[in-house]
Design a protein around this ligand. Structure first.
Ligand SMILES: [Zn+2]
Length: 449
């Protein structure tokens, strides 16, 4: 028996496709059949009666859903509670104790609040770092919410900063095997597993290496860790291993094209050579790097050397928001005083937040641009607001997206052809309800400290 295919038509003012040619289309509608982009139609030939839904958005611009390659869904509940600290103290005194106090209920609601915030801001794909316990809660919430991406339990089998917050190597390995078996490549491929050693200082060499081995049984999964974020952290790595952070990772064989390293604020030329040779990907989180006083990552240098760089907002406890628009803006502005005004132009930044993010996660055949055959992960954005450019030319569209828009400009968001945000309303979460639930769970969590 053949099932009738669902057909949707979106008629925007303009489409910024992020395809190879950076095509910008006007007077075209996009046809979506069963969650995939099937064609672009000139608006004067469309037959509206052929569609289950015709979404007229003649004042809005259609863009690919944004992709964030480093977030912490578990930390959104801690926003505003870990201020004015540098990385290691921030972990020792605040974040590790907070994460250690999570139970399933608090973790569920922080995941809901995070996903809601990310979707409202136009992010449709994420790579999450997870937390030590209850990895299944975050993964199942990702499945329920309709968002795309990867998560996995955060691996910690050593912890000098906060010894209560760790597990044994044996249990860590047992847990990730079970979680990856249950969650990798679920929700029709929308949700994948990411193996997430927290950082060098919280993992034994055995755990780092065995995790990489296990990963080979789960094709398409990601190895996601932090690296070279702050100078104190790197000093500690040097003391323990007599190597730089990335050199150490390279020496134990965990760098390859399925490894994403968050930050890489500090690196030597030798380390950059290793990143390039191994085709390892960097997740750049400029707001978090500024707020924790970690430094400014040499992104123009990475790009010049052909190293993959994408964007993430990191966690709400060190940002303090999850807006890709803030990250895009900072990613550009912080480099210009150092490297000159012509670096990190708006088009480059927009691609880092879309198609380059997809490539970093090996999802470039599915998402990251608006092209026939790809999945319909799409965002309708209002670029005609009071704070945007008054020019309708294609020239201003990238600077409008990167420099003068915020999450407030996002109107509607679709993943896999299914609307999740429509006219700024979530079709998945009752926002008032999750905010009040969040407040209750945070209060309970703080009592468990
Ligand atoms: Zn992080």
């Amino acid at each position: 028996m053949s099932k009738k295919k669902r057909k949707t038509l979106i008629i925007p003012k303009k489409m910024v496709t992020a395809d190879e040619k950076n095509s910008i289309l006007t007077n075209k509608a996009v046809e979506i059949i069963d969650g995939k982009i099937s064609s672009f139609l000139p608006i004067d030939v469309i037959e509206k009666q052929n569609y289950d839904e015709v979404f007229e958005a003649k004042n809005l611009t259609l863009i690919p859903g944004f992709i964030q390659t480093h977030v912490h869904l578990s930390q959104t509940l801690f926003r505003g509670l870990a201020e004015d600290l540098s990385l290691l103290d921030w972990l020792r005194f605040k974040i590790f104790p907070f994460e250690n106090a999570h139970n399933k209920d608090s973790l569920r609601v922080t995941a809901q609040l995070s996903i809601n915030e990310l979707l409202l801001g136009g992010t449709t794909t994420l790579l999450d770092m997870g937390t030590l316990r209850y990895g299944e809660v975050v993964l199942s919430e990702m499945i329920n919410s309709g968002i795309r991406g990867f998560s996995g339990k955060c691996l910690i089998d050593k912890n000098d900063l906060y010894p209560d917050f760790k597990s044994s190597t044996k249990d860590e390995i047992k847990d990730i095997l079970k979680l990856a078996q249950n969650f990798h490549n679920t929700a029709e491929g929308r949700v994948g597993y990411s193996f997430s050693p927290r950082f060098v200082l919280s993992c034994s060499e055995k755990l780092l290496k065995e995790t990489k081995e296990i990963m080979k049984d789960f094709p398409g999964s990601i190895y996601h860790t932090h690296s070279s974020e702050s100078l104190k952290e790197i000093d500690e790595v040097r003391k323990r291993f007599h190597k730089e952070n990335i050199e150490y990772f390279n020496s134990i064989g965990v760098l390859d094209d399925h490894t994403v390293l968050a930050h890489c604020v500090h690196s030597s030329s030798n380390e950059r050579k290793m990143l390039k040779e191994r085709d390892t990907r960097i997740a750049h989180c400029p707001s978090a790097n500024l707020k924790l006083g970690s430094g400014i990552a040499p992104i123009p240098q990475y790009l010049k050397e052909g190293i993959s760089v994408t964007l993430g907002s990191d966690g709400a406890a060190c940002n303090n928001n999850l807006s890709i628009f803030s990250e895009m803006r900072f990613a550009s502005l912080i480099q210009k005083p150092v490297h000159g005004t012509d670096v990190m132009d708006a088009k480059t930044i927009f691609r880092m937040a879309t198609i380059e993010g997809a490539k970093a996660l090996h999802l470039q055949n599915e998402v990251g641009s608006i092209e026939v055959g790809k999945k319909a992960d799409l965002v309708l954005i209002d670029l005609d607001s009071y704070s945007n450019s008054y020019s309708d030319s294609d020239e201003s569209v990238y600077s409008d997206l990167v420099f003068s828009s915020t999450t407030e400009n996002v109107r509607s968001v679709m993943v896999d052809g299914r609307w999740i945000i429509k006219e700024r309303d979530s079709l998945v979460y009752d926002q008032g309800e999750i905010i009040s639930k969040g407040k209750v769970e945070l209060k309970n969590l703080l009592k468990r400290l």
